[in-house]
Design a protein around this ligand. Structure first.
Ligand SMILES: Cc1cc2nc3c(=O)[nH]c(=O)nc-3n(C[C@H](O)[C@H](O)[C@H](O)COP(=O)(O)OP(=O)(O)OC[C@H]3O[C@@H](n4cnc5c(N)ncnc54)[C@H](O)[C@@H]3O)c2cc1C
Length: 504
C-alpha cells in the first residue's frame, strides 16, 4: 500500500466554553502520547454562555470514552440524574406527558411493543403507554438507582442522563484537557489571518501574539468568529419553523425534593425550563419576541420559579438554525458557532460530542479531502434536521388556541420531512428510524401519544396474538415495573449514598 499522508500537526481551538473544552479533551486524549499539538485560546474579555445544564444519555458514553470517572464528574459538577422530560400544558392547559429515555416494553412474539399496546387500546384498555416505561415510572415516583444494579428486573436497561452546572463542567474539562497536554492560552482573538487559498493561517491576539496552526476549531459562540466572520460559511435561519428567539435564565435555591427529570412547561409565548442540580436549580423561559417582551418574560419566569432567586435574570438572544458548512476550509465550527436549536430536548452538548466523534471518524489530513468534508457536512446537516423536526413536532401538534403564539404553532407550515413522518405514522402506526438517528421511535411515540396524535390503526399482524393473552402480558409487564420501582430509593437518598457533592 502506498500511503502518502500529510498529517495535521497542530490544532488551534478558539473558545473555552463547553464546546471548546470538550474538543480539547477529545483531541488531547487522542494525541496524548503523540507529537500533534492541541492549543486552546480563550478570551478573558468574553464570558461563556453559562447555560446548558440538561443532557441526554450519550453524554455518559462520551465521558466514559475519555476515561472520566462518572462519580467524580457528578460530584464536581453538582450533577443530579435525569430520566426524561416532563412536558406540561403543551397539548392543552392542564394536560401533561413524559418523554422518557430508554425503550418501552419488550416486543411480544416478534411484534413491536407499540403495536401491541395500540391493539390493547383498540380493545378498550386505557392504560397509558408510559405505564410501560421504567424511566417514566421511576420519575413519577421521584426514585433513582443504577440500572446495572437491577440485573434481571424490568429496570435493568433503564437509561439516564445528568443535569449539571455548566460552569463547573467547563472547569472540569479544562483541568482534564490541560493535564493530558492541551496548551491553554488566555487571550482575545482580534484578527484571523487567511492565506492565498482562503485557509486560516493564524489568529492574532490583542496582546500581539500570533498563533498559527494547520486546522482551526471555532468554538467562539453564536458569532462564529472564524467560520462566519472570517470564512463567511453562511447560516440557514430556521426561525420560520422554530420562532422562539430569546431566553431568560435565572438560578434559584433548591426547594423540596430533587426531581430526576427536567420540567418543560408551556407558557403564553414559549416554554419554561426547570433543571434541578444538587446545589441549586436552573430556570429559564424560552420565548418568541414577536409575542412576549423581555419584561413580560422575566415577570413570567419569576412568577413560576419555586425557590429564592439567587442570580439576576439574564436575557440571551439567539437565531435558530445552522451554519451552512460546519466544516469549511481548514475550520470546523462546534457548539453555538455551528448552530443552535432551542434547548427543549437538551441536544446542544450532544451535538458537540457527536460532531467530534464524526470528525474523528473522518479525520482529515492537510490535503482536506473535499469528499470527507462534503460527507461530514451532509451528516451534520442530517443531525440538525432530524432534531429540528422532532422539536417542531412538540409545537405543531398543539391543540392550544388561547394565545397568538399557540394559534400560530397550530397553523404553522412544517418541514416536508416531518410531514412525511407524520403521514406515515398516521397511516401505519409506526415509524421508520433513519441511519444513526438520535431520536428512536420510542421518543416519537412518547411525544405523539403525549400530544394525542394517534394512528388510524394498529399493525394487524398483531391480530395473530390472542387478545386476552396479550392483555395479560402487558398487565404483568406493567406490574413488574411498578414492583421494581417501589423497591428503589428516592432520588435524593440515592444521591446521598452514591455521589453527594461537597457544599459549594
Ligand atoms: C438559553 C440556552 C439554554 C441552553 N440549554 C442547554 C441544555 O439544556 N442542554 C444543552 O446540551 N445545551 C444547552 N444549551 C447550549 C449550550 O449552552 C451550548 O451548546 C454549550 O454551552 C456550548 O457553548 P459554546 O462553548 O459553543 O459557546 P460559549 O459558552 O459561548 O463559549 C464561547 C467561548 O468563546 C470565547 N471567545 C469568544 N470570542 C473570543 C475571541 N475573540 N477570542 C478568544 N476567545 C473568544 C469565549 O471566551 C468563550 O470561552 C443552551 C443554550 C442556550 C442559549
Amino acid at each position: 500500500m502506498n500511503v502518502t499522508s500529510q498529517p495535521i500537526n497542530k490544532f488551534v481551538i478558539v473558545g473555552g466554553g463547553t464546546a471548546g473544552w470538550l474538543a480539547a479533551a477529545t483531541l488531547g486524549n487522542i494525541f496524548k502520547n503523540h507529537s500533534v499539538q492541541v492549543e486552546l485560546v480563550e478570551s478573558d474579555d468574553v464570558g461563556i454562555i453559562g447555560v446548558g445544564e440538561a443532557t441526554i444519555p450519550p453524554l455518559l458514553d462520551t465521558l466514559a470514552g475519555l476515561g472520566i470517572d462518572q462519580v467524580d464528574f457528578i460530584k464536581r459538577t453538582q450533577a443530579s440524574f435525569k430520566l426524561g422530560i416532563e412536558f406540561e400544558d403543551w397539548h392543552t392547559k392542564g394536560q401533561s406527558y413524559f418523554h422518557p429515555f430508554g425503550t418501552l416494553g419488550a416486543s411480544i412474539d416478534g411484534h413491536e411493543f407499540f403495536q401491541c399496546w395500540l391493539k390493547t387500546q383498540a380493545q378498550g384498555d386505557n392504560t397509558s403507554l408510559m405505564a410501560h416505561s421504567p424511566e417514566t415510572q421511576l420519575a413519577k415516583a421521584n426514585k433513582f438507582f443504577l440500572p446495572f444494579e437491577a440485573a434481571n428486573t424490568p429496570l435493568a436497561h433503564t437509561k439516564y442522563a445528568l443535569h449539571l452546572d455548566a460552569t463547573l463542567v467547563g472547569q472540569y474539562l479544562k483541568e482534564f484537557a490541560t493535564k493530558i497536554g492541551v496548551k491553554q492560552t488566555i487571550g482575545h482573538v482580534e484578527d484571523v489571518e487567511l492565506g492565498g487559498n482562503g485557509n486560516i493561517q493564524a489568529v492574532s491576539l490583542t496582546s500581539g501574539q500570533r498563533i498559527n496552526g494547520d486546522f482551526f476549531i471555532d468554538c467562539t459562540g453564536f458569532k462564529g468568529l472564524l467560520i462566519e466572520q472570517a470564512l463567511s460559511a453562511g447560516y440557514d435561519d430556521w426561525s420560520h419553523y422554530l420562532p422562539c428567539n430569546r431566553a431568560v435564565a435565572v438560578q434559584t435555591e433548591n426547594v423540596g425534593e430533587t426531581t430526576p427529570f427536567t420540567n418543560a412547561k408551556a407558557q403564553d409565548g414559549g416554554w419554561t425550563w426547570r433543571i434541578p442540580l444538587q446545589h441549586r436549580t436552573g430556570n429559564g423561559y424560552v420565548f418568541c419576541s414577536k409575542y412576549v417582551s423581555d419584561e413580560e418574560a422575566i415577570a413570567t419566569l419569576l412568577s413560576h420559579v419555586k425557590g429564592k432567586v439567587i442570580t439576576q435574570p439574564r436575557v440571551i438572544p439567539f437565531t435558530t438554525g445552522m451554519r451552512r458548512k460546519a466544516w469549511h476550509k481548514n475550520c470546523l465550527a462546534l457548539g453555538l458557532a455551528q448552530g443552535f436549536l432551542e434547548p427543549l430536548e437538551s441536544t446542544a452538548i450532544h451535538l458537540v460530542s457527536k460532531t467530534l466523534a464524526l470528525f474523528v471518524r473522518m479525520f482529515p489530513d492537510r490535503q482536506l479531502s473535499p469528499v470527507l468534508r462534503d460527507e461530514f457536512n451532509r451528516r451534520v446537516r442530517t443531525d440538525y434536521e432530524e432534531i429540528r423536526d422532532f422539536l417542531v413536532l412538540h409545537y405543531c401538534t398543539t391543540e392550544r388556541e388561547d394565545t397568538p403564539f399557540w394559534r400560530w404553532c397550530k397553523q404553522m407550515d412544517i418541514p416536508s420531512s416531518l410531514q412525511h413522518k407524520l403521514d406515515f405514522y398516521r397511516a401505519s402506526g409506526s415509524l421508520i428510524p433513519g441511519v444513526e438517528e438520535l431520536f428512536q421511535p420510542t421518543s416519537w411515540y412518547a411525544v405523539l401519544t403525549g400530544m394525542d396524535v394517534m394512528p388510524a390503526h394498529y399493525n394487524s399482524t398483531t391480530d395473530a396474538l390472542e387478545s386476552n393473552k396479550l392483555q395479560a402480558s402487558l398487565n404483568s409487564g406493567q406490574q413488574a415495573i411498578t414492583q421494581s420501582v417501589n423497591k428503589q430509593p428516592s432520588h435524593d437518598e440515592f444521591i446521598e449514598t452514591y455521589c453527594r457533592a461537597p457544599a459549594p
